[in-house]
Design a protein around this ligand. Structure first.
Ligand SMILES: Cc1cc2nc3c(=O)[nH]c(=O)nc-3n(C[C@H](O)[C@H](O)[C@H](O)COP(=O)(O)OP(=O)(O)OC[C@H]3O[C@@H](n4cnc5c(N)ncnc54)[C@H](O)[C@@H]3O)c2cc1C
Length: 437
């Protein structure tokens, strides 16, 4: 006889939000229990994005991956099996709301009682001409490997004198762009030391639409970032937008003026010319993210940027038993009136609330509202140097590296058995040293 109390909770996505929800649910429900948890992801590995740069700009990406950098575990199924969580490696393509079932790419339907959507984001190209075709994003493992291969190809071509100069343009000077550009600068310095390229034979330019890098930080901290970028030899093109991307060049323009602004206020150094062409051998796009496009096919309420609208309990508006966490959801902080930033730390935090509320609902208890945590900012800026805003402190320099490492260690200790976490903590120390020294 079917146990009608037994409910199936389906979690879409095994990234930071989905994986944390699954694990937290086991804790909340006290498994083994009558309920069933199923996680669906199109990939079999869990991607640890904060270390993705090490793959793109490290010396040996294959080795880097082997020790678990960027992919702390290769097989999510094996990882979750001891918790009795079922994992389906399938692409989610839609939801049949009549049957309350998730539609999978292999034509199967997976019925659910509760559904957690944690499908993450994707790079946004903002409709800029040619950008999706000619710009390489830094989002997935494949992206990082493609950037690495392209860099190696360019260094090879330079060495064979097939090209006179290597010119890299990085679009966006937010945390992703800044961290990538700094790691790239370190990588290129290392290539100079290895005599693979001359110090005057390459350039890295950063294009940023706002007047300062890391614009989400205060002016002083942003000033620290600027100095560091300049020290690393990066050229900053501020108040500047990419208007179009082509095979061998980008077209730049001063950013559009806001109400009340005049052209003199822009720090763009070619504002009088209106447009400028910059030749480029490699364009890496770190300029923004949008909701995962599959979200638009799920029949859920979304905001103007395609992110799922949830209430204060992280329940999708108007959908009973459906929850959303992480980058695919839009959660507005009532005190700042701004959406919670798209960060792993936010996704993990939301996962805890969603899991708690699902468990509460199953036990007939009221859900709790999502409490907005203080977000910490740590931006590594090449080697062991970085800037951070943590617990009200503003820091710069090498002191930031152990703070960043502590955040990584905390995640691994929470996510992995002690032995595997320790291996993962030790291995990167060697890899980072090799990549950064
Ligand atoms: C380069 C880079 C560096 C970053 N560094 C940091 C950092 O240092 N600190 C920090 O806090 N944040 C960082 N972030 C942001 C952080 O990675 C995201 O905020 C976080 O991954 C969001 O978690 P999520 O669970 O919402 O989505 P994700 O972690 O992206 O997980 C989404 C999951 O859904 C799966 N999926 C997608 N579509 C489908 C489908 N159709 N069917 C089945 N499965 C699907 C994906 O395979 C993935 O496993 C960084 C982001 C980038 C791009």
């Amino acid at each position: 006889m079917e146990d009608t109390n037994r409910k199936r909770i389906v979690i879409l996505g095994a990234g930071f939000g989905g994986l944390s929800t699954a694990k937290r649910l086991v804790k909340e429900l006290g498994m083994p229990d009558g309920h069933e948890i199923v996680v669906v992801d199109k990939c079999s590995h869990h991607l640890y994005r904060p270390w993705l740069y090490e793959v793109a700009t490290g010396d040996a990406p294959e080795e880097t991956l082997k020790v678990g950098i960027a992919t702390p575990f290769e097989d999510i199924r094996t990882h979750l099996a001891p918790k009795r969580i079922r994992v389906e490696y399938q692409e989610v393509v839609g939801i049949d709301w009549g049957a309350r079932a998730v539609e999978l790419a292999d034509d199967r339907k997976l019925p659910f009682d509760h559904l957690v959507v944690a499908l993450g984001a994707s790079p946004s190209f903002f409709g800029i001409e040619g950008l999706e075709r000619h710009g390489l994003p830094m989002y997935s493992l494949r992206d990082a490997l493609t950037v690495h291969r392209k860099l190696e190809d360019l260094l090879g071509a330079k060495r064979r004198n097939e090209i006179p100069f290597v010119r890299v343009v990085v679009g966006g000077a937010g945390p992703t762009g800044v961290e990538f550009a700094c790691e790239l600068a370190e990588f290129m310095r290392k290539q100079v030391r290895k005599k693979r390229i001359g110090a005057a034979e390459y350039s890295i330019e950063m294009v940023e639409a706002s007047p300062r890098p890391l614009g989400m930080l205060d002016k002083e901290m942003s000033g620290w970032a600027r100095k560091r970028l300049e020290k690393l030899g990066l050229k900053l093109l501020l108040d500047t937008c990419i208007k179009g991307a082509h095979k061998d060049h980008v077209v730049l323009a001063p950013r559009p003026l806001k109400e009340g602004e005049t052209e003199d206020m822009l720090v763009c150094d070619f504002k009088k010319e209106r447009e400028k062409e910059v030749t480029t051998d490699l364009l890496v796009w770190c300029g923004g993210f949008q909701a995962n496009p599959v979200v638009a096919k799920l029949g859920l309420p979304v905001d103007a940027r395609g992110r799922i609208e949830v209430d204060e309990h992280l329940r999708v508006r108007g959908k009973d038993g459906v929850w959303a966490v992480g980058d695919c959801a839009t959660i507005v902080d009532p005190s700042s009136k701004r959406p919670v930033p798209q960060l792993a730390q936010a996704a993990i935090h939301q996962a805890a609330t969603a899991a708690r509320n699902i468990a509460a609902t199953l036990m007939g208890k009221p859900p709790v509202p999502y409490a907005f945590p203080a977000m910490h900012t740590v931006v590594p800026m090449g080697g062991a140097w970085g800037i951070a805003q943590v617990f009200g402190l503003r820091l710069k320099g090498r002191i930031v590296w152990p703070i960043r490492l502590a955040a990584d260690v905390r995640y691994f200790l929470k996510t992995l058995p002690l032995g595997s976490a320790w291996k993962l903590i030790r291995a990167p120390l060697t890899t980072f040293r090799r990549n950064n020294l």
